[in-house]
Design a protein around this ligand. Structure first.
Ligand code: 3PG
Length: 307
């Protein structure tokens, strides 16, 4: 029987797993679950008989692909697929997909949860500031960026965006001011929210030189990827600019050091929480299950991301 494995180190909400199970079993397939695993060995064992795998930020590399001899498709229930070795998948004739847009509202809402926490001094009892009237820079205007813009307007913020791949008209239509470069965005905005993917081009691209362009009271919110941050640059910013705050949903390698040295100006969630809502889990998880069924039954490759 065709076997669909859900392999999630950070599990979906039970209600989402129920929906995934229904979609898989209604198609006559079998569902297997590997949740909260703590070693790669467990993943290597679980993938052995899988024809399809649903993952989140779980690492699918050549070793995992080699262990999964029957594998035809991997769906990353979410947006970023930097955790999957696309070339290795292509070489083994395995289709890789993501589920774009399905968890973006959840991530956008967390941006504001973190932002209010930051501008109110981490709820330390002292007078903070408000978002209304502040300039927000959205770095990359994809599904999450657009949701961030929508919520920011509700707060009465002035919204700017930079995205080399998104036409200015798409931003203007949303009441967002497009700028022509990252330099311009960081120079104009006191608050910047990062939504760039981790690619060879973006890795370490958010560095001291760029961040130091931010006006006084600068806040960087990262709900994207830790790899895009130049950690030495963030450290230097926190050291040289006592007005600067870095708030992240993805722990950097130097988390303990930053937390100890910059209390009240550095904060990281204990585990990436952006997409961790029942709604996002349901949307992304069930979309992944449906994409697998449609691929295996009809060959639909609409959301394929590898060659
Ligand atoms: C994504 O790329 O979809 C988000 O970063 C969410 O990742 P997660 O599913 O690991 O929470």
């Amino acid at each position: 029987m065709t076997k669909v494995l859900v392999a999630t180190e950070k599990p979906f909400a039970p209600v989402a797993v129920k929906g995934i199970r229904e979609a898989v079993e209604n198609a006559g397939f079998e569902l297997a679950l590997l949740e909260k695993y703590t070693s790669k060995a467990e993943l290597l064992e679980a993938v052995k008989e899988a024809d399809a795998i649903i993952i989140r930020s779980d690492i699918i590399d050549a070793e995992v692909l080699d262990a999964a001899e029957r594998l035809k498709i991997v769906v990353r229930a979410g947006a970023g697929y930097d955790n999957v070795d696309l070339a290795a998948a292509s070489a083994r004739n395995v289709c890789v997909m993501n589920t774009p847009g399905q968890n973006s509202n959840a991530v956008a809402e967390l941006v504001f949860g973190l932002l209010v926490f930051a501008i109110r001094g981490f709820y330390n009892g002292a007078a903070g500031t408000e978002l209304k009237g502040k300039k927000l820079g959205i770095h990359a205007y994809g599904n999450v960026g657009r949701n961030v813009a929508r919520v920011a307007k509700g707060f009465g913020m002035e919204v700017y965006a930079y995205d080399a791949y998104c036409p200015a008209e798409a931003m203007e239509k949303d009441g967002v001011k497009p700028v022509g470069s990252a330099d311009e965005l960081y120079s104009a905005c006191q608050i910047v929210s990062l939504h760039i993917p981790a690619t060879p081009e973006t890795k370490n691209s958010i560095n001291f030189e760029l961040l130091n362009k931010m006006p006084k009271g600068g806040i960087l919110i990262n709900t994207a990827r830790k790899e895009v941050i130049d950690e030495a640059g963030i450290q230097k910013m926190l050291q040289e600019r006592p007005d600067f705050k870095y708030i992240t949903d993805i722990k950097p390698a130097i988390d303990a050091e930053l937390a100890a040295n910059y209390p009240g100006r550095y904060f990281s969630t204990p585990k990436k929480m952006g997409a961790q809502t029942a709604e996002a889990n349901i949307n992304a998880g069930i979309a992944a299950a449906n994409q697998i069924v449609d691929f295996l039954e009809n060959g639909n490759e609409k959301f394929r991301v590898n060659n």
